[in-house]
Design a protein. Structure first.
Length: 237
């Protein structure tokens, strides 16, 4: 009787452990902290360098938007990172984006999650770089507009699963977009072009970049009701 009782306890404990382990997210580093072997620089000449395991991008006058892009393409994923940007510099992270010499002469285009500290406060919104423009500004999300903190590290979470793209900044949901124009593509860290000499040498820093590509549906974060879904006119293209 004692043996059967102990066996039952063991089986139950094993089941709980296996259930718990199966739910654990398997994150992978997007950046190895040592070199850019998994990346390539596209479109512009702004500088990217590595400092203390961080990626640092520096603005440069006379060059177009510059992207440090993954060589690998990603479809469904959850991406998390922390970012610090100088207040006068605009930036963003491209997801499911395209750079093909036969299309737009290789111009990077596609979904971009906004990084900015301008008075409009649209950080975490979704812009369609070099294609359709703003898809999800934060005009109707007052809470989301307050999520980004200037002169601080800000934590981003991006979920791209199926036709849904959702973003969070510092734990506050900013965007909730349904759009299936592009289902796969590169991820790119942007240093925006500048037009004024006084904006040269401004920095954007990224750290703790990690990506989840397995069992992503199991690790969705619940959406807030205030972040209304925008259904664009390009569904099915």
């Amino acid at each position: 009787m004692k043996y059967h009782f102990q066996s039952s306890i063991y089986i139950i404990s094993l089941f709980i452990c296996l259930s718990s382990c199966s739910k654990k997210a398997t994150w992978e580093p997007l950046f190895n902290g040592q070199d850019f072997s998994n990346f390539e620089k596209l479109n512009g000449d702004a500088e990217y360098r590595i400092e203390n395991n961080m990626i640092v991008g520096e603005s440069m006058l006379g060059t177009p938007n510059t992207f440090l892009a993954t060589k690998e393409k990603y479809g469904d994923f959850i991406l998390e990172f922390e970012v610090w940007v100088d207040t006068s510099l605009n930036s963003g992270v491209q997801i499911r984006s395209i750079s093909n010499p036969k299309i737009k002469s290789g111009r990077v285009h596609g979904y971009q999650v906004e990084i900015e500290s301008s008075p409009r406060k649209w950080a975490g919104g979704i812009y369609d770089e070099a294609r359709r423009g703003w898809l999800y500004p934060l005009t109707d999300n007052p809470e989301g507009r307050q999520a980004f903190k200037s002169n601080n590290w800000n934590k981003y979470r991006i979920e791209a699963i199926g036709s849904e793209i959702k973003t969070w900044v510092n734990g506050i949901q900013c965007a909730n977009l349904i759009d299936n124009m592009t289902s796969e593509g590169i991820i790119g860290l942007q240093v925006h072009s500048i037009s004024k000499k006084r904006h040269e040498g401004k920095l954007v820093r990224w750290k703790n970049l990690r990506i989840l590509t397995k069992d992503v549906k199991k690790h969705r974060q619940p959406s807030e009701s205030h972040a209304a879904i925008i259904n664009t006119n390009n569904i099915g293209l």
